[in-house]
Ligand binder design. Structure first.
Ligand SMILES: [Fe+2]
Ligand SMILES: [Fe+2]
Length: 567
């Protein structure tokens, strides 16, 4: 006889019986279901399951020979507490077998029971007495006995014990397997999280545009989380509308995958979640199946806020699990949430740092401009000279094929090369007419003065050679050190040509700017004497651009790169 055991929680039972079953944990229900199946398989008879203390029947066998268990509850409870299979009642040819099934969750007297046949029966009279004792119909008992196997009490007990031991071992093995699976899953989740954070950490460079970093991070998250959509969305400002995620003109959101709602609704959705939306959050079904859930296309959601300082700036979200619909684990959990939290906190701090770095860069540029203005204000005859020399130097450097770092150095060096003039007497600096030898000696001090002013500023060390040596001459006749040839740093030799060109080409109150031919003649004559001949050659290689740089503020101008100067 092969009995099909119905699913425990699908049985039609009285309401109190069904409620009792719901109290059992899922794992325990699985164990009990397996136990009943194993006993049924061993004895080829169905077993019922009941709680002896309360008399609650969790599963009532619908076939086989069942008796009234209620008068026997006290005996069943004692057997359950002893913990081993027992024949609690015997009236030949019937035995009532009780197999205690311990609950993992709480002290219980759960016990599987079944009436079993001890010996073959030929006539109704042979089973009538036992049928009376067990409260079953003798004719039905006889029919049942003809289809049932017989078990001597000794074999019956041995088989029950062996089945129970086997069940317990399988349950322990299954429990261990479950723990191992959980540990493996945890290690895998941690590995994914650390890997992503490691990659993210290596990209955290405040001088680099945030756009690429954030898009790459969203892509990494999409690779790591089984979601149909990964999104970063900025909080919507109620007064000014959308805030960019980063920078002044960044996007309000970055979406990867198929977004189940219109992207502008994402921020609204998170705002509508109120306080919950300001904390790390996981929402799965059945919550999202409720009629009160306002975003029915969002089945699963995990989110972490992006906080900058104490300000909520936006969210990182994963939407709709990409696992098979209806699958048991098709929902977001602690692993996804932890990953989002880690990434959002890193991005929040990085966004803050990038903002601070940008502010520092702005402050640096404004400070340099202020110093440049101070130099120009001091020397009224040469207004705009520093800015023009900076641009002219960049043009020459480009013509010479110098590096970006040298271009940056020459631009900033150009802006500040005459800063030492701040320490020169106004009357000498602004004298209209030829200088006396003493006055010229004073003027010659401005490179050293400039060097002394700036040498304490760590970030400006690269421009010190320009400030100190921009009046050296190729033949050693310059000042302050009389350096010859290439012993003067290249950047200073380049700036010297730009400086002289601007001095010759600019109008001064006491003389107009020289004609181009005259300047060319002077530069040619001075190549290899006052100036580096290669730099003079470069000048003639980009003469038209040099002329434009003298008057056009955009030619040769390069942004002051904060990464170059503030690191
Ligand atoms: Fe100078
Ligand atoms: Fe100058």
């Amino acid at each position: 006889m092969n009995l099909a055991l119905p699913e425990l929680d699908q049985l039609s039972r009285p309401p109190d019986e069904a409620a009792g079953m719901l109290l059992l944990q899922r794992a325990e229900r699985g164990f009990l279901r397996a136990a009943l199946r194993a006993l049924e398989g061993a004895f080829n008879q169905p077993f019922s399951l009941l709680e002896a203390d309360s008399g609650e029947i969790f599963y009532a066998a619908s076939s086989g020979l069942t008796c009234d268990y209620y008068p026997r509850l006290a005996v069943l409870a004692e057997a359950a507490r002893r913990g081993r299979p027992e024949i609690i009642e015997q009236e030949s040819p019937l035995s009532l077998l009780a197999v205690p099934l311990k609950s993992w969750e709480h002290e219980s007297t759960l016990v599987a029971v079944s009436v079993l046949l001890n010996e073959r029966v030929e006539e109704e009279a042979q089973i009538a007495s036992a049928a009376r004792v067990f409260g079953v119909d003798a004719r039905r008992a006889l029919e049942w006995s003809r289809q049932s196997e017989t078990w001597s009490p000794r074999v019956l007990l041995r088989l029950a014990e062996a089945t129970l031991d086997n069940l317990i071992q399988r349950a322990q093995l299954s429990h261990l397997q479950h723990e191992v699976n959980e540990a493996v899953g945890h290690v895998r989740d941690t590995h994914v999280e650390l890997g992503l954070l490691n990659r993210l950490a290596r990209r955290l460079d405040v001088s680099q545009p945030l756009d690429e970093l954030w898009r790459t991070t969203v892509q990494w998250l999409a690779d790591a989380v089984p979601a149909q959509c990964v999104a970063v969305v900025a909080r919507r400002d109620s007064l000014s509308g959308w805030r960019p995620l980063f920078g002044e003109h960044g996007p309000p959101e970055i979406i990867h995958g198929e977004c189940p709602v219109d992207p502008p609704e994402l921020s609204e959705m998170m705002e509508r979640l109120g306080k919950a939306g300001r904390r790390p959050l996981v929402i799965n079904r059945p919550h999202t199946s409720s009629p009160t859930w306002a975003f029915p296309t969002v089945r699963e959601l995990a989110s972490a806020p992006i906080i900058q300082g104490s300000q909520l700036e936006g969210w990182i979200l994963t939407l709709n699990h990409s696992g098979l619909a209806g699958a048991e684990l098709c929902e977001f959990g602690s692993a996804e949430l932890r990953l989002l939290e880690s990434v959002s906190s890193v991005l929040g701090v990085h966004r803050h740092n990038a903002g601070l770095f940008a502010c520092q860069g702005d402050l640096f540029a404004a400070s340099v401009r202020a110093l440049t203005s101070a130099i120009d204000a001091k020397d009224t005859y040469t207004r705009g000279h520093s800015e023009r020399v900076a641009r002219l130097s960049v043009c020459l450097a480009e013509q010479l094929g110098l590096t970006k770092e040298q271009l940056d150095t020459l631009y900033l060096g150009g802006l500040l090369h005459d800063i030492g003039k701040i320490g020169i007497d106004d009357q000498v600096l602004n004298k209209c007419g030829p200088l006396t030898p003493e006055e010229f000696e004073q003027i010659k001090k401005h490179p050293q003065l400039g060097y002394d002013i700036l040498r304490g500023v760590r970030q400006l060390q690269k421009i010190l050679p320009i400030v100190l040596h921009h009046h050296e001459a190729w033949d050693g006749s310059g000042y302050p050190h009389g350096l010859q040839g290439e012993s003067t740093p290249l950047v200073a030799r380049v700036l010297a040509v730009a400086d002289s060109y601007d001095a010759m080409s600019s109008d001064r109150p006491y003389r107009p700017g020289m004609p181009q031919e005259q300047i060319d003649q002077i530069l040619r004559a001075g190549a290899g004497k006052q100036w580096d001949p290669e730099v003079v050659d470069a000048f003639f290689g980009c003469q038209a651009r040099m002329q434009r740089a003298s008057t056009d503020e955009t030619v040769g101008a390069i942004p002051l790169d904060p990464f170059q100067w503030l690191n």
